[in-house]
Design a protein around this ligand. Structure first.
Ligand code: APR
Length: 256
């Protein structure tokens, strides 16, 4: 691992920019950290205050939903309000811009907040779904709410079935297309960026491992060390909203 001592961060960013400048296909994986500066609590942080007496398994599993759909929906409506109020930050915007600066970029996100799309990133692969969509439990398709859904548990306007948030709960499979396209990108890329993720949750964390096995340069952006840090080629220690604009700046205007 090559972490920065004081003053060396700029040099590491310059090296990361060189990697990106040479890249034909950049694969980016983002996690909750990139939305932290937009005021969206990470999954674990979201279980505070009102919800502190619950464990994630009591709210984000199919079993929890089947046991008490109203409780699970209350929690998701609370989180949805946070997401709706949030705005993309400088980190999201820098990644949208990066996609325009390199020949090819695949952006895979574990976040369910849609902020990459709102910042202008094209073709985002939503590994864990999207909290703002509803999915019909019966038809297993994205669905609209019926008219009488305002009170209690929302129901499908087409078939009357229970609706659930269109996110991946604990123990559930990753959406097939996102999984296949992300795996193909990890297998094809010649630079890998891991941003704002603890690299603890699989299969997402396995994408960086594929890149490492292929000896592709792996760059991490995170204020804290993670499970990936020791193996990463470059660790840019700091908040994504600061580091990514600096990286973009270096990419556009290399010194000397
Ligand atoms: N910029 C970049 N990284 C940050 C910032 C920031 N401003 N602030 C915090 N971080 C880092 C933390 O240091 C941590 O490593 O973001 C990471 C967040 O880690 P997690 O909360 O574990 O989020 P994530 O890796 O996305 O979790 C993966 O787990 O809870 C499930 O399904 C949920 O998608 C989520 C998955």
């Amino acid at each position: 691992m090559k972490t920065e001592s004081a003053g060396a961060l700029e040099q590491l960013i310059a090296r990361a920019a060189t990697v990106l400048r040479r890249a034909r296909h950049v694969c980016v994986l983002t996690g909750a950290g990139i939305s932290a500066e937009s005021g969206i609590p990470t999954f674990r942080d979201a279980l505070t205050g009102l919800w502190s007496k619950f464990r994630p398994e009591e709210l984000a599993t199919l079993e929890a939903f089947e046991r008490d759909p109203q409780l699970v929906w209350q929690w998701y409506e609370w989180r949805r309000d946070l997401v709706r109020q949030a705005q993309p930050n400088a980190g999201h915007r820098a990644l949208a811009e990066l996609a325009r600066r390199v020949p090819r970029l695949t952006l895979v996100t574990q976040n369910v907040d849609g902020l990459h799309q709102r910042a202008g990133s094209p073709a985002v692969l939503e590994y864990h779904g999207n909290i703002l969509r509803d999915r019909c439990m019966l038809e297993q398709v994205v669905a609209d709410r019926s008219e009488d859904s305002r009170h209690g548990v929302p129901r499908c306007s087409a078939c009357g079935g229970l609706l659930r948030p269109d996110v991946v709960w604990f123990g559930e499979a990753i959406p097939r297309e996102a999984m296949l396209l992300a795996a193909a990108a990890a297998d094809d890329c010649d630079a890998f960026l891991s941003i704002g993720t603890s690299s603890l949750v699989y299969p997402a964390a396995g994408l960086a491992e594929v890149a490492l096995q292929r000896r592709v340069p792996v760059i991490e952006v995170n204020p804290n060390p993670t499970d990936l840090s020791a193996a990463a080629d470059l660790v840019l220690q700091g908040p994504a909203g600061t580091i990514l604009p600096l990286l973009l700046e270096q990419l556009a205007h290399p010194p000397g």
